[in-house]
Ligand binder design. Structure first.
Ligand SMILES: [Ca+2]
Length: 380
């Protein structure tokens, strides 16, 4: 039976198809097809029932074909309605921004419209973005260079871009990065999702320059510490992205846009090791290969070269990318969150309410999704 779902039985009738889809979901989840079914769920929300049934049948065929695949499979076909996103990143300090950028590029639910630097070091970060995007075949993505303000200089990945010339980048490079963010948001026919994975000085500057962006965009950030601190510590702390510029965080996390954040309570618990990490090390796809190349360099600069062969560092930022298109693996709450002047994020019923990923429903599910997306095992 050529066109069979993962368990090998043919489809029969519309009602049967729906029952069968849910039965297959249980089977497939056990078999580790979470990424595939996550895509089907998203598509199901966006296409009508008839088209969904057709898509399910086709995807089920693909799932059968790809059962047991290990790595370097074809990436997903274009998503039917990808979400336009801007990534605002302090890439080049911690390595998790590099992972987040790669993950974003491998998520068909998202369409990267602009990669913007955040938190100083603008030439260094822009060159990192340019080389990463060019080396992975995404040099059509425009780059927004933030203001040349403190902090200045390079970082642990400086050697990687020492000879990289941003003026040779094939895509557009906007010298006025704040203006470019505003233009993308204001000119987009669809609401833009702004994924901010660093301190948010440039985001705050964009809000200051054009407050209407808050009505035309959604904000998703890696920010704060609500009940847990770094490494799952039982006491919340002043998380870096907020602490680095509390005034900017107060502006960004009180603006009128829909706000979703992953605090340390969730993103601080993510890393990859064991079989998942070894798959990424072995992957030939340019995105994971470039991530690993950067991670090895970063680990060497940090004096812990061996770590890059065994496990990732904490992958805070990819969780914000995930929350731009799904919340299924997270427990979400909607508390009021007040940003204090010293960078704490405190639950306060009088403060701005926002969507907060306060715990994991299925952390292994997210680890599988991240691994499978990076290795190219994505079907839609
Ligand atoms: Ca970051």
């Amino acid at each position: 039976m050529g066109r069979s779902p993962p368990n090998g039985k043919p489809f029969a009738g519309v009602a049967g198809l729906w029952r069968k889809f849910h039965r297959d979901e249980v089977v497939a989840r056990k078999a580790g097809f979470r990424a595939y079914y996550e895509n089907v769920h998203v598509q199901a929300m966006q296409i009508n029932r008839r088209r969904f049934i057709k898509a399910s049948a086709g995807a089920a065929l693909s799932a059968g074909l790809f059962a047991g695949c290990r790595t370097d499979r074809p990436t997903a076909p274009p998503h039917s309605h990808p979400i336009p996103v801007i990534l605002a990143t302090d890439i080049g300090d911690d390595i998790d921004d590099t992972w987040a950028l790669g993950f974003l590029l491998k998520c068909p639910e998202l369409s990267l419209k602009l990669a913007a630097t955040e938190f100083g070091k603008a030439p260094y970060r822009a060159r990192l973005l340019g080389k990463f995007l060019q080396q992975t075949g995404h040099a059509n993505v425009p780059i927004a260079v933030g203001p040349d303000v403190e902090p200045r200089g390079g970082g642990p990945l400086a050697d990687w871009v020492r000879d990289y010339d941003l003026s040779a980048y094939p895509g557009r490079v906007h010298a006025d990065g704040v203006g470019a963010m505003i233009d993308v948001i204001m000119n987009s026919p669809q609401p833009v999702t702004l994924i901010c994975i660093g301190p948010m000085a440039n985001v705050a500057a964009a809000l200051q320059r054009e407050p209407r962006i808050a009505r035309r965009a959604r904000f998703v950030g890696m920010d704060g510490s609500v009940r847990l601190g770094y490494g799952g510590a039982k006491k919340p702390c002043a998380e870096w992205n907020v602490k680095a510029d509390p005034a900017a965080a107060q502006k960004g996390l009180s603006a009128g846009w829909d706000i979703t954040i992953t605090p340390l309570d969730t993103c601080g618990l993510v890393s990859l090791d064991g079989a998942r990490y070894q798959r990424i090390l072995r992957a030939r796809d340019p995105v994971p290969a470039t991530i690993v190349e950067n991670y090895r360099l970063w680990s060497r600069a940090k004096g812990n070269e061996a770590a890059a062969e065994r496990h990732s560092s904490t992958l805070f930022d990819p969780v914000a990318v995930y929350l731009a298109f799904s919340r299924r693996f997270c427990r979400m709450e909607r508390p009021g969150i007040r940003v204090t002047n010293d960078g704490f994020t405190v639950i306060d019923d009088q403060a701005r309410r926002m969507n907060v990923a306060t715990a994991w429903n299925d952390l292994d599910g997210f680890r599988d999704l991240l691994t499978e997306r990076l290795c190219g095992v994505v079907m839609a």
